[in-house]
Design a protein around this ligand. Structure first.
Ligand SMILES: Cc1cc2nc3c(=O)[nH]c(=O)nc-3n(C[C@H](O)[C@H](O)[C@H](O)COP(=O)(O)OP(=O)(O)OC[C@H]3O[C@@H](n4cnc5c(N)ncnc54)[C@H](O)[C@@H]3O)c2cc1C
Ligand code: FES
Length: 329
């Protein structure tokens, strides 16, 4: 049985336990979200002993060399000493407003003042410790509040609670920010393609407005997919952005054609998002590509973007991996 030395404690790691679970069971307050190696919020540094390679998947080379690992993916066979990432910050933030943006998307605005880039994500933590990752749709230079778009899952522990019970004026804890899916293009004429499914629009909305406010001049194409037109949201905001910035265009894509069209949606395309990308962006060489949404859809869009000529180094993405539903999650 391996021992992890953390602060002044020596903690035993059970045979079936991850390092993260052992630390949490010992009462240590370790940031965590997805427990699946995706959100990187459980980053810790091994300062003595060997950093297990399989707990470093997805980390940057520089982080690997410094012994960083993802605690949720780590099952050490030997004793190690770790330190938590001192750069992980935690805040209390007031809920300023919440309203339904479509039938299953909650737009939540929090009072918050900390450094982040639009498109990064944070962990929102309820008072009982239930924690979920959500992407930042706001732009610090433009928006005084932090904005999140939360898809309401019928059985969702966090999203259900946020939709039904969370009240304005209450506080939430925020940990982060995390992730590197944000606008950092030095070439201001580079074409950008941003594609997402459902609330994958949240980080993309932040990234688009960030690029525009930073003076990006190259074409910026946003394509979002939903099952039906009732699942689309932010249509007015995106229309207004495209009238204001000629370099920005928006294409909403739905799988099912709308039955009765009261108010036609400009640019609405019926079909599969991958096929639309394939048809409309057959040559993505020279593009920077941003993809956000569910793991399966984003991975398939990554393949599609690569097949259309995008360089893997120029594809930035966030996978909305569901958290494992446990009481301590
Ligand atoms: C980096 C990152 C960024 C994220 N950003 C956002 C964001 O901006 N907006 C947003 O809405 N979500 C986002 N998520 C997903 C979010 O963290 C939660 O997983 C999601 O809100 C469900 O949490 P819950 O507690 O409501 O549901 P849970 O109680 O965790 O799950 C309830 C049920 O719903 C299922 N479920 C959960 N998520 C999904 C899913 N995506 N697709 C299908 N079934 C699912 C579960 O398997 C389970 O059966 C992000 C996730 C990650 C890792
Ligand atoms: S990567 Fe470990 S909790 Fe998300």
């Amino acid at each position: 049985m391996a021992i992890v030395n953390y602060q002044d404690c020596a903690i035993e790691i059970g045979a079936d336990q991850s390092l993260l679970d052992a630390l949490l069971d010992a009462g240590k307050d370790i940031p965590h979200g997805c427990r699946a190696g995706a959100c990187q919020s459980c980053l810790v540094q091994v300062t003595e002993g060997e950093a297990p390679e399989n707990a470093q998947s997805g980390l940057k080379e520089t982080q690997k060399q410094q012994g960083y690992i993802l605690a949720c993916q780590c099952h050490p066979q030997q004793d190690i000493r770790i330190e938590t990432d001192a750069s992980t910050n935690s805040y209390r933030a007031l809920v300023n407003s919440k309203h339904l943006e479509s039938r299953d998307v909650l737009r939540l605005r929090l009072d918050g003042d900390f450094d982040y880039r639009p498109g990064q994500f944070v962990n929102l933590i309820r008072d009982d410790g239930l924690s979920r990752s959500y992407s930042l749709a706001s732009v610090p230079e433009l928006d005084p509040e932090l904005e999140f778009h939360i898809r309401l899952h019928p059985d969702g522990q966090f999203s259900g609670w946020a939709g039904n019970e969370l009240q304005t004026g209450e506080e939430l804890e925020i940990q982060g920010p995390f992730g590197d899916c944000f606008y950092s293009v030095s070439d201001k004429v580079k074409p950008l393609l941003l594609a997402g499914i459902g609330t994958g629009l949240a980080p993309l909305y932040g990234i688009v407005r960030d690029a525009l406010q930073q003076g990006h001049m190259g074409p910026i194409h946003l394509v979002t997919g939903a099952r039906t037109s009732a699942n689309l949201y932010l249509l007015k905001e995106l229309k207004s952005l495209s009238s204001r910035y000629p370099q920005f265009s928006y294409t909403p894509v739905v799988l099912e054609a709308p039955e009765a069209v009261n108010e036609p949606i400009e640019g609405l395309t019926v079909g599969d998002l991958n096929q639309v990308i394939k048809d409309q962006f057959s040559d993505l060489s020279g593009y920077a590509v941003y993809l956000c949404g569910s793991e399966q859809r984003v991975n398939s869009l990554r393949r599609q973007a690569f097949l259309c000529g995008a360089s893997m180094k120029e594809i930035f993405y966030d996978l909305f991996v569901p958290a494992v539903s446990t009481e301590s999650a």
